[in-house]
Ligand binder design. Structure first.
Ligand code: 13P
Ligand code: SF4
Length: 336
């Protein structure tokens, strides 16, 4: 197993990775490929040796998304796909809560997170003790937690949701009101789509909260025939100014099916690059807000994780059993 320092862009590596580069050549400059290719090649070889799969979130950079990922998707798809793999090792190219979710659903498999620093401002905005206090303040009210939470928080709630199924999950409970945590803006968006009363926590995504309605108006004035699609973690004025709101997977599906001539994706920066590969007819206007946590995952981090089988995600069994229930209940909710 080569170390990163021993890798080189040889003629063999160039030939073996040429078809992979072909897929992403519109978004990865040719001058960069000799740096990525040896890593991509080594990772793909090591995946076979380890019987490993790489699950990558839609916010991963194109060389990860198109170069080494076996499965890509939003948080919901990554959780669902994690239940279907027969690999021995899962490398989660995403943030820590996504790797924890994969581990909850695969307690006997080795789940690796290539960066110890891949956190999430939403997951950090609430603790298990906060949830217990909320329950005391609202006795009998069911608690829905966005998957962007720690396993400790998931263990305290009734059910999880993602931005792809939040309305269906809330309505599946048959309750008049629910506690919805931790994303205030997603909660407000869900409240516009259901008659269930939503009691929200006040966490925010540090990437999506930076967008403003004024910024969207400014883009519309600069680019004609602009279709604006936004992630529901954005503030309400941004969502009000958008033509379509949905999870990262639904945003991708929207571009694929509607084929808008010019699109503004109001979400993390790498999404536009990843979608542009499959949508050559669409021009992407890129407001570049990067998720600093997602961006700590790199090809060299993935290779190192596969070499050393570290860092592993471990969750205490009794905590995992409670947290798993909330995730499994979510996966049992039928999409609309
Ligand atoms: P999705 O589930 O829509 O991919 O969102 C996850 C996330 O972290 C968005 O910031
Ligand atoms: Fe968390 Fe926001 Fe990054 Fe998504 S984009 S992982 S919600 S900080």
């Amino acid at each position: 197993m080569p170390e990163v320092s021993e890798l080189a862009y040889t003629a063999d590596v160039a030939a073996a990775t040429a078809p992979i580069y072909e897929r992403m050549k519109r978004v990865v400059p040719a001058v960069e490929w000799p740096f990525h290719a040896p890593l991509v090649h080594a990772i793909n070889e090591l995946k076979r040796e380890r019987n490993a799969v790489v699950l990558a979130h839609n916010y991963q950079t194109p060389e990860i998304f198109h170069g080494v990922a076996d499965i890509v998707g939003d948080s919901l798809a990554l959780a669902a796909q994690a239940t279907r793999t027969d690999a021995d090792v899962i490398v989660l190219a995403g943030v820590h809560f996504m790797a924890e979710t994969a581990k909850l659903l695969n307690p006997s498999k080795t789940v690796l997170i290539p960066s110890r620093n891949a956190g999430c401002s939403l997951a950090d905005s609430i603790t298990a003790a906060d949830v217990r206090l909320l329950r005391e303040a609202h006795p009998g009210v069911p608690v829905v937690a966005y998957v962007n939470t720690s396993a400790e928080v998931k263990a305290e709630v009734d059910i999880c949701c993602t931005s792809g199924n939040a309305v269906e999950v809330v309505e599946s409970l048959g309750a008049e009101r629910v506690l919805f945590l931790p994303d205030e803006y997603l909660a407000k968006y869900v409240a516009t789509r259901t008659s269930v009363e939503i009691i929200a926590w006040t966490g925010h995504c540090e990437v999506h909260e930076r967008f403003t309605g004024a910024e969207i108006s400014e883009f519309r004035s600069r680019f004609d025939r602009l279709t604006v699609i936004a992630h529901p973690e954005c503030p309400p004025d941004v969502l009000a100014a958008a033509d379509f709101v949905g999870s990262t997977a639904r945003m991708i599906d929207f571009v694929g099916s509607e084929k808008p001539p010019r699109v503004l994706m109001v979400t993390e920066c790498s999404m536009s690059d990843n979608v542009a590969v499959a949508s050559p007819e669409t021009e992407f206007v890129r407001p570049c807000n990067l998720c600093p946590h997602m961006k700590t995952v790199t090809l060299s981090g993935i290779l190192e994780a596969l070499r050393t089988l570290e860092p592993r995600v471990e969750i205490a069994p009794d905590l995992a059993a409670r947290a798993r229930l909330a995730v499994e209940r979510m996966l049992a909710v039928k999409p609309k």
